[in-house]
Design a protein around this ligand. Structure first.
Ligand SMILES: [Zn+2]
Length: 441
C-alpha cells in the first residue's frame, strides 16, 4: 500500500491532447506532483484525501499565457468618446481611464476577483502583465501575495514603457528586475518575467536594456507585438522597417521571448520569429474587441512556432477562448479542417505550460499536479473518442467542480477554498466604482 496526498477518480481522465483518455480513470498525487495515473480501480493506492467524480471528467489545468487580471475592473466602464481605432482605444480610453488611475488597493481587489474567477472556471496558471504606472514600486509583490493566498500559479510582469516618462520606464524595468531577483530562484507558485510594451512606446535603447536584463537573469521577456495595423505603420514611418525587423536589428529575439498578439505579423516576420524560436500567445477574443484583425496562427503553427492561448484580460473563461480559437481560423480560411480541437486543447494546456516552463500542463507522472475536475453537463455523451471535441466546442467554465494547483485543492465542490468569492466580488465592485467615478477623471 502506497500513501498519497490526494487521489482523484472520474469517469474520464484526459491526460493530454494526444493520449487516449482513461475510463474510468484515476490520478494519484504526492508532494505537489502527479505520481500515478491509470484506468480502472486504483488498487494498492491509499490517499489522505479523495475526490470522486463518478460521472465527471479530469483534465489538465488550463493556462492563460497572456493576461491582464487587473483589467476586470474596467469591464463595462463607460466610454465618453467613440473609439476610432487602436491608437484611440489606448490614448482616449485604456491609458487615461484605466491604467493611469489604478492604485495598489484597486489592484489587489481586481486581482483577487480575477484570480478566483479564473480558478473557478478551470484556469490554474496565468502569465499576467500589469499595466499601471502609478503602482510601482512594489506592485508585483502585492500581486504575488494575493495569488499565493488564493493558490494560483502565475508568471508576473510589470509592463515597462516610456509612455509616461523615461524615468517611469526605468522604474518599470527595475520593478521586474527586483521581483525576479527575489522570487525566481525559490520554488513557489509565482515567479517573474521581464516585460516591455511595444516599439511605439519604447525606444531602441530601452528595448536593448530589457534584453540585457533578461540575458543576465534568464527569466524571459513578455511583450505585445503587432496587436493591430498601428504598430507596423508606426515602425514603417519611424524606422522604415516592420516591428519584427526593428527588434531583430536590436538582437532582441530569442527562445525566451513570449510575443503576445502577433495579429498583423507578415509571413516574412513569422519566418524570423520561427528561426529565433520565439513563443507566441494568441488572443482570439480580445483581438476582435479592439478591431485588431485575425492572427495568422495556423501559419505560425505550420512554421513550428509554439503557440499558447490567452484571455488578454477580456473574457476570462478559457473554454470561451478555446472555442474562439477553434472557429475563428476556420472562418478566416474558409476551411473547416484548420485548427482541430486537439490543437486548440494543446495550446490551452501543454503548449502554454511549456512556454511558461511551469512543469505542469498534462496529466503524467512526474509533472506538477495542476488539474481540473468537470461535472459532466454535456447534453450528449462524452466518450474517449469525442472528448476533445466536446471539451473545446461545447465545454464551459460552468462545468468546473474541483481545481487542484500544485497538489492543493483550491476549488472544492464549486467553492473557492482560500478566499470567499462573494467578498471578492464586493471588493471588486467597490474598486470598480472608484475607478469609474467621474471624480477620478
Ligand atoms: Zn495584452
Amino acid at each position: 500500500m502506497v500513501e498519497f496526498d490526494l487521489l482523484l477518480r472520474a469517469k474520464l481522465v484526459i491526460p493530454d491532447s494526444t493520449i487516449r483518455p482513461l475510463s474510468p480513470g484515476f490520478v494519484a498525487i504526492r508532494d505537489s506532483k502527479i505520481r500515478a495515473i491509470g484506468e480502472g480501480s486504483p488498487t494498492g493506492i491509499e490517499a489522505r484525501e479523495e475526490i470522486v467524480a463518478r460521472d465527471g471528467i479530469i483534465i489538465p489545468g488550463l493556462v492563460s499565457t497572456h493576461d491582464h487580471m487587473y483589467g476586470v475592473l474596467a469591464h463595462g466602464i463607460p466610454v465618453n468618446k467613440g473609439i476610432e481605432g487602436f491608437r484611440s482605444f489606448l490614448e482616449d480610453f485604456w491609458w487615461p481611464k484605466v491604467e493611469d488611475r489604478l492604485d495598489l488597493d484597486a489592484l489587489r481587489a481586481g486581482l483577487e476577483l480575477s484570480a478566483l474567477e479564473r480558478l473557478a472556471t478551470g484556469t490554474t496558471c496565468v502569465a499576467d502583465i500589469l499595466e499601471a504606472p502609478n503602482t510601482i514600486p512594489g506592485a508585483l509583490d502585492a500581486e504575488a501575495k494575493v495569488l499565493e493566498r488564493v493558490g494560483m500559479r502565475a508568471v508576473l510582469s510589470f509592463e515597462a514603457t516610456e509612455r509616461v516618462s523615461r524615468e517611469n520606464g526605468r522604474q518599470g524595468l527595475q520593478e521586474n528586475a527586483t521581483f525576479i531577483a527575489g522570487r525566481n530562484r525559490k520554488a513557489g507558485l509565482v515567479r517573474g518575467m521581464h516585460c516591455i510594451h511595444t516599439t511605439f512606446t519604447c525606444s531602441p535603447s530601452f528595448i536593448k536594456e530589457c534584453r540585457e536584463q533578461a540575458d543576465e537573469t534568464g527569466a524571459g521577456i513578455h511583450i505585445h507585438l503587432e496587436e493591430s495595423p498601428y504598430e507596423s505603420e508606426y515602425t514603417r514611418e519611424t524606422y522604415h522597417k516592420l516591428p519584427v525587423e526593428v527588434y531583430d536589428g536590436l538582437g532582441f529575439w530569442g527562445p525566451d521571448v513570449l510575443a503576445s498578439q502577433c495579429v498583423q505579423t507578415t509571413p516574412d516576420e513569422i519566418n524570423t520569429l520561427a528561426e529565433n524560436r520565439v513563443k507566441v500567445s494568441h488572443q482570439p477574443l480580445s483581438n476582435g474587441e479592439v478591431g485588431g484583425g485575425i492572427s495568422p496562427v495556423p501559419l505560425m503553427m505550420n512554421k513550428g512556432i509554439t503557440v499558447g492561448l490567452g484571455t488578454d484580460g477580456f473574457i476570462f473563461d478559457m473554454f470561451e477562448v478555446m472555442r474562439g480559437a477553434w472557429w475563428l481560423h476556420k472562418a478566416a480560411s474558409t476551411n473547416p479542417s484548420v485548427m482541430s480541437a486537439s490543437q486548440v486543447f494543446r495550446m490551452a494546456t501543454e503548449a502554454g505550460a511549456s512556454i511558461l516552463g511551469t512543469g505542469a500542463g498534462a496529466i503524467r507522472p512526474g509533472l506538477k499536479a495542476d488539474l481540473v475536475v468537470l461535472d459532466n453537463l454535456f447534453p450528449t455523451p462524452i466518450t474517449k473518442e469525442n472528448a476533445l471535441t466536446q471539451l473545446v466546442v461545447y465545454g464551459s467554465g460552468r462545468f468546473v467542480r474541483d481545481v487542484v494547483v500544485d497538489g492543493n485543492v483550491v476549488v472544492r465542490g464549486r467553492k473557492t477554498v482560500h478566499a470567499n468569492m462573494a467578498s471578492a466580488r464586493r471588493k471588486g465592485l467597490e474598486a470598480a466604482g472608484r475607478l469609474w467615478s467621474p471624480a477620478a477623471s
